[in-house]
Design a protein around this ligand. Structure first.
Ligand SMILES: [Zn+2]
Ligand SMILES: [Zn+2]
Length: 326
């Protein structure tokens, strides 16, 4: 094989290129996400000076950034993250990568995090979490760990990295986020989560139903699980508050994990609540998923959420799966 970055010959078993130092076993979305602000020097609203943290010093308006619309495509996996129509910023983040040699990929790894809006620097929290988690998951897989154990490592790394963003003098506003991750191999799909970002299996076969793979870590979900009527639970105060999250003020525990081995082809979909608030049910969501390539599907679903109101940030990652290889 040859290094995908510099073209120099390399051994298929090498992790890094001896010539340029690039990774031979991982292609991934950019670490840190898009950098910087879109547009000119002045405020998009009043032309005033913009502070280094991205707000107008005159009118206070949040300025557009590269994070407002992110699109990444690695063919085997693609995703869109969008600010939506009413939030000032996109506080969702996504990271994904293809592990293994370019000509023989072994796993697709994906992480989606939704910054908790009531905390400060929620966008930094979600970006730090996706970067730390994907790095830990990939390292664990390349070291021979199982997808399940790698998923635990990913969540632990996210807790650590988001925890480092907290300011000691304001513990109540510690940056925090949700997390959903997936490790997809030819034999199985391993999903881990903390919070209310979701994973769905969208079946391509009429014989296999589409279904939601995650359960929300919300107070309303806990009340329903305890037997309360869903409408009654939804109406109760703070019912949509998260029961678990990733942050310095969270109780650190392993993620929920589910492993599936679908018998027929389909697509794995990871998303933030900006999508599923409008299409919560797996069948109604699946009905809106076209046969297009992953990036197009992610963009189509993002457009639907925006057309239905775009009340929250929207992130959708799509991973096609051909069916289990025995
Ligand atoms: Zn190289
Ligand atoms: Zn302004």
């Amino acid at each position: 094989m040859n290094c995908p970055d510099c073209g120099e010959p390399a051994e298929a078993t090498d992790r890094y290129c001896e010539n340029c130092g690039g990774s031979l076993q991982l292609r991934r979305t950019p670490s840190g996400g898009p950098i910087g602000r879109v547009g000119g020097a002045g405020c998009v609203g009043c032309g005033g000076a913009v502070s280094s943290d991205g707000y107008c010093e005159t009118c206070g308006r949040a300025q557009p950034t590269g994070r407002d619309r992110m699109e990444f495509d690695l063919e085997l996996v693609a995703g869109v993250s969008d600010r939506g129509r009413s939030r000032a910023r996109n506080e969702d983040s996504m990271a994904f990568g293809v592990v293994g040699p370019v000509d023989a990929p072994q796993a697709v790894v994906t992480v989606v995090c939704d910054g908790v809006g009531s905390t400060e620097r929620a966008d930094s929290a979600s970006q730090a979490a996706v970067d730390a988690a994907i790095e830990a998951i990939v390292d664990a897989l390349l070291s021979g760990s199982s997808p399940r154990s790698a998923t635990d490592d990913g969540a632990a790394a996210a807790y650590e990295s988001v925890g480092e963003l907290a300011r000691p003098n304001s513990p109540d506003t510690a940056p925090s986020c949700t997390l959903v991750s997936a490790v997809v191999t030819q034999s199985e799909i391993t999903v881990g989560w903390i919070g209310d970002s979701r994973a769905y299996w969208v079946s391509s076969s009429p014989d296999v139903p589409s279904r939601r793979l995650t359960t929300d870590d919300t107070l309303v979900a806990q009340l329903v699980a305890a037997g309360m009527d869903e409408a009654e639970a939804s109406a109760s105060l703070n019912a949509h508050a998260l029961a678990r999250w990733v942050g310095a003020d969270a109780e650190q525990a392993p993620p929920h994990v589910v492993v599936i081995q679908p018998e027929a082809p389909g697509r794995l979909l990871l998303c933030s609540d900006g999508l599923w608030n409008y299409l919560p049910d797996a069948e109604s969501l699946a009905a809106r998923v076209s046969d297009a390539e992953p990036l197009k599907v992610a963009a189509e679903l993002t457009s639907i959420a925006n057309e239905l109101g775009g009340h929250d940030n929207i992130t959708v990652v799509v991973i096609p799966w051909e069916g289990r290889v025995p």
